[in-house]
Design a protein around this ligand. Structure first.
Ligand code: GDP
Length: 492
């Protein structure tokens, strides 16, 4: 649908420094089934432009890490080990919950945020929504198994998203572990570890025995420094949903990882067509937070509807503004739906036309054979003035499809010189009626893949009716054609 008349209604600068445009456009004529309506719907869109980074408010932040790798190589075990063996503040002995993301704190104070759903399904779901949340991929490769199919896929995905990799060579406690072989296998798929002169950090670990987990986190932090990962904790917040769920007691919960700004209690958030007034913020330990800044995850209570994983969350200044944004977005969604409906109606109309055409065609054909379908009838008395030879046929076939094909082909063999009269046709074995009809009309029974039941052999013999058995369509047709030719008067 052509979009016309784009009009900028308003340009404004947010207090966050973001430039904002409210635009309006007509979408012109709208087709809804067979009705063409001149619907000049107007949609207003809010467009928030990227704000240039202001150096003075930029601060380092925890990196956001996704754990990937082949099935059974130990991703879940590693995440569990990290979640439970964290250097958390000792006075809080809370039980760590799965909320979709958690933070690991080193005793030096640095932190790493891990997305708590391993594997590429989660990573792709995020990427499909355009969420580029992951800063670093931890590639888990079991030392007793080496590089496998999903290891290769994970590397491919990380590369496509331009996310650097830190390798965790897992299961070094296993008697079959072979770290060197694993490193060489990695080399073959283009991952050159530092030990072999490359620039990819690889840490040998045992997720099960919790060996070298601190080294792994340190390697991630080193990578973070190299990348210069940071964010701006001021201004209106922007975050990404990593998990949404409904809790029996606490209602609608949604875990986000903040990308910029800081989310505080009482803030107003919008995501797609859902909004929240932040009632409570919690971390993975269930600890209540006052605020959450860039790189940190938090579970948010206060959503009216739940946004899906991967959705972008934006803070707005007021509830009024949120409602306005939601209204605009809902209108846009309804427009999309209207478009979809129109498409469905059009498809249905076309389908209806097709069916109608087919029905007409069938009717025409049935009309053609109508006379012949009406069961036994009296033989026509040959008229003196009509000495056109005629061939009377009865066709029986094993299945509908074949019968259709035979009838269609015979349809094209009508000749002026020899009348072809289809006395009767049907699916199934030859019956007594078929034989009687053939006898009455002096016709031939063409049997395609069907038999004469033994109990009718005697009847058939007495009737002198001829049954021609075939199991190849064109041979049956040839037979009919030859019969027609035989009936034609010899050409002088
Ligand atoms: P995922 O499919 O990658 O999430 O793998 P899991 O974490 O479910 O682990 C698969 C199996 O490997 C489980 O039986 C784990 O107990 C085992 N496993 C994971 N890490 C280690 C490890 O460091 N050493 C040993 N020996 N086994 C491990």
């Amino acid at each position: 649908m052509p979009i016309t008349d784009i009009k900028i209604l308003q340009q404004a600068i947010h207090r966050s420094g973001q430039r904002m445009k409210i635009i309006e456009f007509n979408i012109g004529r709208h087709t809804l089934g067979d009705q063409i309506k001149q619907m000049t719907l107007q949609i207003r869109l809010m467009h928030i432009q990227d704000r240039p980074l202001e150096k003075k408010t930029w601060k380092p932040r925890p990196p956001v890490v996704t754990v990937m790798g082949h099935v059974d190589h130990g991703k879940t075990t590693l995440l569990d080990a990290l979640r439970h063996s964290r250097v958390v503040d000792q006075e809080f002995g809370g039980i760590t919950q799965h909320i979709g993301a958690f933070c690991v704190k080193l005793d030096i104070g640095a932190q790493v945020t891990f997305l708590d759903t391993p594997g590429h399904a989660a990573f792709s779901a995020m990427r499909a929504r355009g969420a580029n949340l992951t800063d670093i991929v931890v590639l888990v490769v079991a030392a007793d198994d080496g590089v496998m199919e999903q290891t290769v896929e994970s590397v491919k995905m990380a590369r496509e998203s331009r996310v650097p990799i830190v390798v965790a060579i897992n299961k070094i406690d296993s008697p079959k572990a072979d770290v060197e072989r694993t490193e060489e296998m990695l080399m073959q798929i283009g991952i050159q570890v530092e030990k072999l002169g490359g620039d990819v950090q690889a840490v040998p670990i045992s997720a099960l025995k919790k060996t070298n987990l601190q080294q792994l986190v340190e390697a991630i932090l080193l990578q973070t420094e190299l990348l210069g990962i940071g964010g701006d904790p001021t201004g209106l917040a922007e975050a990404t949903v990593v998990e949404s769920k409904i809790d029996q007691h606490r209602g609608k919960l949604c875990t986000v990882v903040v990308q910029r700004g800081t989310i505080k209690k009482g803030d107003i958030l919008v995501s797609g067509t859902s909004m929240a007034k932040v009632r409570l913020l919690r971390d993975a330990d269930g600890k209540l937070l006052d605020s959450v800044g860039p790189g940190y995850p938090a579970e948010i209570e206060g959503w009216k509807d739940l946004p899906p994983a991967g959705a972008l969350v934006l803070q707005v200044e007021s509830e009024r503004r949120a409602k306005e944004v939601l209204k605009i977005r809902k209108e846009a969604k309804e427009m999309e739906k209207l478009d979809e409906d129109a498409k469905v109606i059009q498809q249905k109309t076309e389908q209806h036309h097709r069916e109608y055409r087919d029905k007409l065609e069938k009717k025409r054909r049935l009309g053609f054979f109508k006379m012949r379908r009406e069961g036994p009838r009296q033989p026509e008395i040959p008229r003196d003035d009509d000495d056109t030879p005629s061939l009377n046929l009865i066709i029986k076939a094993d299945v509908d499809g074949t019968l259709e094909a035979l009838l269609d082909t015979l349809d094209t063999y009508q000749s002026n010189e020899c009348k072809m009269d289809l006395v009767h046709y049907g699916v199934g074995s030859i019956t007594q009626t078929d034989i009687e009809l053939a006898e009455t009309f002096n016709g031939i029974i063409y049997a395609f893949n069907v038999d004469v039941p033994p109990n009718l052999n005697e009847v058939l013999k007495n009737s002198k009716v001829e049954v021609r058995h075939h199991n190849v369509i064109y041979k049956l047709i040839d037979d009919v054609r030859e019969e027609i030719n035989n009936k034609l008067p010899a050409k002088e």
